[in-house]
Design a protein around this ligand. Structure first.
Ligand code: ADE
Length: 244
């Protein structure tokens, strides 16, 4: 997979793209991330990338010309599955979208700044608008990094334990169960006996029960959706059985 990131603050992206899961995926040849400095496409002697909004008001708006120039240059080189603009008024980012994006070949991420970007960019170049939550950050760089991290770890082969990304919180519709490691007893706090039993079926059962309890306590909204999906699945199975 290749991800091109367009930003007016490319330095900001440097360290997170050179460490952790993104570095590993890059080293394994599974991911390429290329950062483009929009100032390189800026206008005039001062490489201007933003301007005051028509109609007045505070803040600056990213100009269309540098973004069009950069996006059009990249599009001449390859086809993009999505051109994503990171913005607080976009679609809320969640696991299903990360799963979907992890299967793509070429993604372009546009980081907004100041008051945002000229609307003509959104109307004509952008294919998807994504928000990482209901709060306003000073730019799209952190949201772009969040998206890249969530996607990179899902690329098959990126993490060693290929099963574990699929068992994460949210993948099953439930939050993750509790995890323990050695020692089996620490300051009088014991690891549940069942986890030490070696009885795999019983351990899976405990993990599912624990995940359900945690989800009920922390995110009852998720548990309701999980129960509804499970009931629908059960109904489908019993209908299929009656039909045969
Ligand atoms: N830019 C500023 N705030 C943002 C958010 N919450 N999500 C995505 N992009 C943003």
């Amino acid at each position: 997979m290749r991800i091109d990131v367009l930003s007016v603050m490319p330095q900001y992206l440097k360290s997170p793209l050179e460490n952790g899961i993104v570095r590993i995926a890059k080293e394994k040849g599974l991911l390429e991330v290329v950062v483009h400095n929009l100032h390189d496409y800026g206008l005039g002697k001062y490489r201007q990338v933003d301007d005051a909004p028509f109609g007045g008001g505070a803040g600056m708006v990213l100009k269309p010309e540098p973004i069009f120039a950069c996006v059009e240059k990249l599009k001449r080189e390859r086809d993009y599955d999505e051109v994503i603009f990171l913005t607080p008024d976009g679609e809320k980012f969640a696991q299903p979208l990360a799963n979907e994006l992890s299967l793509k070949k070429n993604l372009m991420l546009l980081c907004g700044h100041y008051k945002g970007v000229d609307e003509r960019v959104r109307e004509t170049l952008v294919t998807k608008e994504v928000s990482i939550g209901d709060y306003v950050l000073s730019g799209g760089e952190l949201p772009a990094l969040v998206l890249i991290d969530a996607v990179a770890r899902l690329i098959p082969g990126a993490i060693n334990d290929s099963e574990s990304a699929l068992l994460d919180s949210f993948q099953t519709g439930l939050l993750d169960c509790a995890h323990y490691t050695r020692p089996a007893e620490f300051r009088g706090m014991k690891v549940p006996d069942i986890l030490l039993s070696g009885h795999h079926a019983k351990i899976r059962e405990w993990q599912l029960q624990n995940a359900i309890e945690r989800t009920q306590k922390r995110r009852p909204d998720l548990l309701k959706a999980w129960e509804a999906a499970n009931h629908a699945k059960e109904r489908q199975t019993s209908n299929a059985k009656t039909a045969t």
